[in-house]
Each structure stands twice: as structure tokens, then as C-alpha cells.
Design a binder for this molecule. Structure first.
Ligand code: UDX
Length: 436
């Protein structure tokens, strides 16, 4: 099928590449000419395992194209997927300007009947508005329908999540639209759940917010574990055997970050309030997360007289392992506090340092300084304190003895509970984690 995809971020690009992989003829549209050239040469603008290989493979088959010329891409496409961003606005609501811009371009370009599919996460009811908006601005006498097809991929495993999704949600208001989407997804061989548009829009928020809630719940229980002498690792293990609870997303830590959970919890809270309803569970998850992010720093403050002129090793900057994305990363909140308190930060991350440098170039910031190192050992050498913010394997692989050997004061605050407290104690490391 001839498909166009608007937006080449995590959602759009991965969808486009995977559609091409499954045999469709795909054109990815983006406003950024440099990005287009890069993708044409087989280079992915985002760090995502397996993506470049698939891009190169499908660039070569001639099934995958990239352009800034949206008219040529949209005019004869049978389906146009919208995968542009819906960033958070200061009041927590989702910014729909990019969706509106693309919708208008579609209305002005399409020359045949087609299905527009909204993949971006949008407030419930947006698909109705997109359909009306496109119809209002249509230039030619063609029929355009809109369907919802939310995306559930996680960064770091985006290609795998798309090709092996647990389910495909399609939200449509007509049999024709449903049939088109089923045809597109047929080669994937995945379970398809067909619902109406508003339910599909809600499923996306309900899933993300449930997972955010699960994490905040575990962090809340972890904080209580510390007060009553229980171990959140053991508690989570015990919980994980209950199939009604499940074994995933039970890891307590420095709080959730990324491009989805923080944004989607606030957007649903906002949507509920707009309708005169207070979504108390989700609001609680947001509040718990906001405090959780800097819990370790404040825990360390109780131990230290000052951070002034201390060498602070920061291991891990990305919001989670497997990505170079820093959106809402707990490291940002903590490094800000560390610099304000006069620390000399030595930061290590296997892939996210370049992005971090854009926000904090090497050198002086507030009362402190920041430098970036290529190996965790360089950060630890003579350090007075160490914070761990991301669960990278390269950090997990550092032996407890290494902290003892390299650091001037072997003092570790681990936001990911990567180590056994007993092993750290045995190695002579003063070690603090979350919830134990
Ligand atoms: C998430 C959803 O998983 C995905 O379905 C949706 O499409 C987009 O949002 P992503 O943000 O890429 O994906 O990462 P995810 O792996 O879900 O982690 C989100 C955050 O939660 C990270 O900061 C992670 O460190 C944190 N997390 C996750 C925990 O703190 N504990 C856990 O047990 C799991």
C-alpha cells in the first residue's frame, strides 16, 4: 500500500521504516532538509537499536523514501500517518499545533480518497476535530476519513516493539477505515483490537498512565520500606509472582522520565479537569514522581556538610538505558542541584553526553563545574561521592571493589538499585539505594 508518514521522530520514523519492512511503499515527510539527507544516506537521526540496519535495507529496496515536499508525498497516498510531537504546554495540556499544521497540509494536498491515521498521542476527541479540520480545508472533492492508531513503542526497543507489538489498537468510525488499517497491519501478523476512535485515544493514555502509576506506587512503597526496614527488591520479587500484578514495571528508582509518562500523565490530568473531574490516582502518581527524582540528592545532603568543591561522579544521564534521550531525565534535576551547591561534576554516559553538553557545556555553571568523561572509572577516580542515575550495563558491570579502589571517599548513592547492599558493604563501600 502507498503510505505517507508525517514526522520522523521516534513514532513516525520507526513506523515508516517498519511499514516498508513489511512491504509497503512508504514516504517519510519532515520539514528538516538536513534530516532528510541524513536518512537518505542511511543514517538515523535518533539512536535506536536496529533502526539504521532496517533503514539501509529498505532504502535499498526502493520501498522507503524521504522528502520535505509534503504535497508530493500526500497527494496520492492511500494512508497518511501523523506521527508528529504533541509536547506538553506550561498548563500540562498537549500542544496540537503540529497536528494542525500537518492536517492543513494534508487537506491542501490530497488528490484521492484516503485515510489519515493519527499515531501521535492526542487528547480524547482530537481525531474528531482532525477529521473536521481536514474536511473544512479540503481543496479537492475527495473523501478523507480519520482513524486513531496509538503507538506503544518504548525508546531503546522501538523497532522490536513495533514489529512484535503485543497488540495493534485501531480506532475507527467506519468499516472502510477499519478495513484499510487491517490491510496495512496484516503482514505484521499481530493481534488487532478494533474499537471506536475515542476509546483508542483513551487506551493510549490509560496504558501510559497506568504504568506511570505502577512506578510511582513502587516508589511510594519503597520510601515506606526505608522507614520500616523492608527491602523493596524483595517486596517487588514477592509481588511479581502474582499474575494479576505482573513482573514488569516494579522497579523503584529515581522516578520515571522520558517523552511519554511525564507528558501523558499531565495531559490526562488536564483533560479530566477540563471535564470537571479530578483524576486523583494519576495526580498522585505525578506528585510522587516529582519528589522521587531528587530524593537521593536530599538523602546525600543529610550526610554531607557541603558539596562545595567536592568531586562528584555522576554515572548515567539518559532517562533510562538504551537511549540518548534526556527528556525529563532525573539526571537533569540532580545535576542542576549539584551545580547550584558547588559540586565539581564528572559525568559519564555511554551515549547521552553529547545531548547533555547542549544543556550544560563543559565548564562553570552556577557555583560548580561539569566535565564529561569517556569511562566511568575516570569519573570515579578520586571522587568524593557518586550518584547513579541510569541502569546502563556498563555501569552495572563496575565491580563494588572498583568504587573502593578509585574513590577518595567510597560513598555511592544508587538511583537504580544496581548493587546488592551486602556486596557493597563487603567491598567497603558506603552505599545507599532506594527503598532498602
Ligand atoms: C513508555 C511506554 O513504555 C511506551 O509504551 C510508550 O509508547 C511511551 O512511553 P519509554 O518512555 O520509552 O516508553 O520508556 P519506559 O521503558 O516505559 O520507561 C519510562 C520511564 O519509567 C523511564 O524513566 C524508566 O526508567 C522508568 N521505569 C520503568 C522505572 O522507574 N521503573 C520501572 O520498573 C520501569
Amino acid at each position: 500500500m502507498k503510505i505517507a508518514v508525517a514526522g520522523t521522530g521516534y513514532v513516525g520514523l520507526v513506523a515508516g521504516v517498519c511499514f516498508a519492512e513489511k512491504g509497503h511503499d512508504v514516504t517519510c515527510v519532515d520539514v528538516d532538509e538536513k534530516k532528510i539527507k541524513l536518512m537518505e544516506s542511511g543514517v538515523s537521526p535518533i539512536y535506536e537499536e536496529g533502526l539504521e540496519e532496517l533503514m539501509r535495507k529498505n532504502n535499498a529496496t526502493g520501498r522507503l523514501h524521504y522528502t520535505t515536499d509534503y504535497r508530493s508525498a500526500y497527494k496520492d497516498a492511500e494512508a497518511i500517518f501523523i506521527g508528529v510531537g504533541t509536547p506538553e504546554q506550561p498548563d500540562g495540556s498537549a500542544n496540537l499545533n503540529y497536528i494542525a499544521t500537518v492536517s492543513r497540509q494534508i487537506a491542501e494536498s490530497v488528490e484521492r480518497d484516503c485515510l489519515v491515521v493519527v499515531k501521535s498521542t492526542v487528547p480524547v476527541g482530537t481525531n474528531d476535530k482532525v477529521e473536521q479540520f481536514i474536511r473544512d480545508f479540503l481543496v479537492r472533492d475527495v473523501k478523507v476519513e480519520v482513524a486513531s492508531n496509538p503507538e506503544f513503542l518504548a525508546q531503546g526497543s522501538a523497532v522490536h516493539d513495533t514489529l512484535h507489538a503485543a497488540r495493534i489498537i485501531i480506532g475507527t468510525e467506519s468499516r472502510e477505515a477499519e478495513a484499510v488499517l487491517k490491510k496495512i497491519y496484516e503482514p505484521f501478523g499481530l493481534p488487532i483490537v478494533s474499537v471506536n476512535r475515542r476509546s483508542a485515544e483513551m487506551i493510549k493514555y490509560a496504558c501510559n498512565d497506568f504504568l506511570a502509576l505502577k512506578i510511582s506506587y513502587m516508589n511510594d512503597i519503597a520510601n515506606l520500606c526505608e522507614l520500616v526496614g523492608a527491602d523493596i527488591g524483595a517486596v517487588a520479587e514477592g509481588m511479581s509472582y502474582d499474575p494479576r500484578i505482573g513482573a514488569k514495571f516494579l522497579n523503584a528508582g529515581v522516578g520515571y522520565g522520558g517523552s511519554c509518562f511525564p507528558k501523558d500523565t499531565k495531559a490526562l490530568k488536564y483533560l479530566a479537569r477540563q471535564h470537571g473531574y479530578q483524576l486523583r490516582t494519576v495526580e498522585a502518581a505525578v506528585d510522587v514522581n516529582a519528589e522521587q527524582k531528587t530524593k537521593l540528592y536530599y538523602k546525600a545532603c543529610n550526610r554531607m556538610i557541603t558539596f562545595q568543591n567536592l568531586k562528584v561522579a555522576v554515572l548515567g544521564l539518559a532517562f533510562k538505558a538504551g537511549t540518548d534521550d534526556l527528556r525529563e531525565a532525573p539526571s537533569l534535576d540532580n545535576v542542576k542541584l549539584l551545580l547550584e551547591s558547588g559540586s565539581n561534576v564528572y559525568a559519564y554516559d555511554p551515549v547521552a553526553t553529547d545531548n547533555f553538553k547542549l544543556r550544560y557545556p563543559e565548564g562553570k555553571h552556577d557555583k560548580g563545574t561539569i566535565q564529561y568523561v569517556a569511562d566511568p572509572e575516570d569519573a570515579l577516580q578520586n571522587a568524593n561521592i557518586c550518584f547513579i542515575f541510569t541502569e546502563w550495563d556498563k555501569i552495572r558491570a563496575i565491580a563494588p571493589e572498583t568504587y573502593k579502589k578509585l574513590m577518595q571517599i567510597p560513598l555511592v548513592y544508587d538511583g537504580r538499585n544496581l548493587y546488592s547492599p551486602a556486596a557493597m558493604k563487603e567491598a567497603g563501600v558506603e552505599y545507599y539505594g532506594i527503598g532498602r
